[in-house]
Ligand binder design. Sequence first.
Ligand SMILES: *Cc1c(COP(=O)(O)O)cnc(C)c1O
Length: 393
Amino acid sequence: MTDFDWRDYSLETQAIRAGQRRTHEDEHSIPIFATSSYVFESAEQASLRFTGKQPGNIYSRFTNPTVSAFQQRLALMERGERCLAFSSGMAAIMAVGMALLKAGDHVVCSRSVFGNTVLTFQNYFGKFGVACDFVGLTDLSAWEAAIQPNTRFLFLETPSNPLIEIADIQALADIAHRHGCLLVVDNCFCTPVLQQPLALGADLVVQSATKFIDGHGRCVGGAVIGSEELIEKDIYPYLRTGGASMSPFNAWVFLSGLETLAIRMKAHCDNAFTLAAWLETQPGIAKVHYPGLASHAQHELARRQQSHFGAVVSFELTGGKEQAWKLIDATRMLSITANLGDVKTTITHPATTTHGRLSPEARAEAGITDGLVRVSVGLENIEDIKADLLRGF
Ligand SMILES: *Cc1c(COP(=O)(O)O)cnc(C)c1O
């Protein structure tokens, strides 16, 4: 199947068929290549492989056939030229920084990104002389004003967590390029099924495969996707040296996750849309945050930029923390966990979990009130999800 050009096929087909190179055993499913190293036919071949003059496997820190299949498949789905897999989503984000930044550089990052992403830029890159400024996700003029001559890239997540705000990827890519910097987008919440930032002008996409790509909460993994040039010149040498590689077993799990990703994402989004519309009619709820609702500030942008509105819904209870905890504790089926992107619906109280380490002032500035509850809507029957939440209303 190496003579197919999978770029001619639709995402659903790529997700199932691309990346496979059948071996002499004629297997139908992609095998797990549990091998750390590979054997060469001659000293000359070993030398050619190591110097990159001949393509082929060398060592599983940076070449493994199961991991390669996952990389090829995800690269196509994200509309990138090349993908590299990492041991986690955070390892993928760390790789982007390690590959692109040097002392004296500057990063502009959305204020509403995954907590560990903030710590990565602030504490770890900060330690080595890289400065980072944080700006409001939807404020285009704040992004532009924060750019300095030494800014290397802008970094964002859209939709954001937990307030589900939407950034205009195309507008931010234009701003970044006008100032000679790159745009990096964490596409974990949408996956390539809902949104393809590279096609909108972003330069690199990072993924946490741990979430929807696996979809069943089994494995931790990540990826960086982009142009052949950026990946080959900057990211690949770092992966080869830094070594935060994806294991062949995890790649095999994620490959099967990709095969059902398109139908799962659509089903997640259908459930989330129904739940969000229903929540808006319930008493005791001050606001529902979901881009599929006409009441959402970036509803039109979400409609333009995403193929569906996403699987994560958050809402504010009028009764503050007490009512939020009561609601969460009254559920019997929903999983009380901060994880997301699972076939199982999860519920969490951001102010005291994921965002609990922020000062009350920083939380208020970020709009995360004590009454806010976040639900990552799974694939259980929507009536059962509603009934479970009704126990607490
Ligand atoms: C979970 C998550 C990450 C980190 O991914 P891991 O695989 O847990 O390391 C990064 N970004 C977002 C948006 C996430 O939700």
